[in-house]
Design a protein around this ligand. Sequence first.
Ligand SMILES: C[S@@+](CC[C@H](N)C(=O)[O-])C[C@H]1O[C@@H](n2cnc3c(N)ncnc32)[C@H](O)[C@@H]1O
Length: 294
Amino acid sequence: MTGFSADWLRQREPFDLAARSQTLALQFRAALVQRAPDANLRVIDLACGSGANFRALAPLLQADQEWLMLDHDPLLLAAQRAEIARWAARQGWACQDHAGTLSIHVGPTRWLVRGQQLDLARDLEALDLASCDGLVTTAFLDLVSTSWLDRLSTLLTRTRRPLLATLSVDGRRTWSPDRPTDQLVADAFLSHQGSDKGFGPSLGIGAADYLADSLAMASYQVSTQASDWAIGPEHREMLVTMAQEAAAVAIEANPANAPAVSDWLAQRLASAQQGLLSLEVGHLDLLAVPPTEN
Ligand SMILES: C[S@@+](CC[C@H](N)C(=O)[O-])C[C@H]1O[C@@H](n2cnc3c(N)ncnc32)[C@H](O)[C@@H]1O
């Protein structure tokens, strides 16, 4: 099992929020409204974690909404209910829990959110896509394999639902100022991207492009936009987390690199403390809209 802590998802959420393509999100909204002009917009979120996708998209979709939030991690699903309730309270919106379904009232609109535990590696085909108007996922595609993306493509093309897949890592990572050991750390990160995260060997940085190509071949209208994190010197805590994670991955990939990587990490932590470090991390947002039915 690939473990993601609620703390890490909370730490990355503001960077995701700032990076997301508003243009693609609004085009996704248009595709949903076209399917359901007079009804609730029904969205399924794959690998929802603690609910960041819902918090980012629900205010943009505006209409009455029903969200089905899927993840295999019961701890994250539990954290999600609490995080969404806290978020709604911060916004001044009423939020009630009816037997596990959250109901959030925002002016005249109502958003229903239900979590469900599902292993997407094993049970993707158990999803009833006919019961939704569109699919979303965030920070997930880079974990999966080519064969899993083929399964997702098949499911989408059979049911003709739009997909908004945001924040897939695309391999670009730029530390500033640059250091000679950056390349060694970057190469180790890229080799880690291909490891098995429960879906077979991950396609990693190639996943968004691979899915874009296969949905375009199935006559979907596909658009991608960069959604890069810009982590400035003022975000010291995030820079420290990113540097520590990069160093751990580099040493795991090749323990012989430990002395060089430890020096690199010490330099990076010192720069972060001095307010001299920044980092850009490349991501891609992907929107795929099915061909209209005749
Ligand atoms: C990087 S996190 C992203 C979470 C969330 N979408 C967000 O943006 O905060 C990846 C998510 O994939 C979920 N995941 C990993 N393997 C899974 C599987 N086999 N079935 C369902 N969810 C899975 C993890 O539990 C985690 O919530």
